[in-house]
Design a protein. Sequence first.
Length: 192
Amino acid sequence: MYTITAIKRWSCETKHIPAIDQIKAIHIFDFDNTLFASPQPNPNLWTPQTIGQLNKPDAFVNGGWWHDATVLASTGKGIEVEEKLGWQGWWNENIVGEARRSIDRKDVLTVLLSGRSEGKFPDLILRIIKSKGLDFDLVCLKPDVTPNNVQVRTTMQYKTEALKSIVYTYKHAGKITVLVRDFTPLTITQPK
C-alpha cells in the first residue's frame, strides 16, 4: 500500500521520484500565501459577508474565489504576461529559497501540498511553479477521492491523508518539515 507507485498517484506531476531508502527528510510546502502570494478578496471593496460568499465552493457556477482557476490565472496582469515574467513579485522569496535548498538536496523529498482542486488546477499550478524554476518531487492537489479510495470532504482531511501516505511511504525519513503561511516551520524528528 505504501509504495513509490502508490505515492505517485497523489501527484499531478509525472516524473521519477526518489527511492524510499534514499530519503532522510521530507519538506512539505503549502502553495497559497506561503510559497505564492495568491490574490485574496479585497476587504476594502467587499463586506465580510460577501467575502464569505466568495470563498464558498458552490456559491458560483465556476466555484468560489479559491475554486475557480480563472481567478488565480488572472493574478497580476494575467497568465500570458505573468508566466513570461515568472510571476515576479508574487512570491514569498524566503520560502522560495527554502524550497530551492530542499530541491537541491538528493536526500530530501520535496512536496508541494495545496488544497487547490486536482480537477481544476494542475496545469495552472504546474505552469506557475515551473515559471519560477521550482521542481518539486510531488505536486499534490486535493482530489475528490484519494488514491486509497477515501472520499475527501475537507482540505484538512485531504492533507492529513496525503501526509500519512507520504510519511508511511518514506519511513526512513528522520525529519519532516512543514512550511505553512503565518506559522513558524514545524519540524518533527523521528526517534531512532
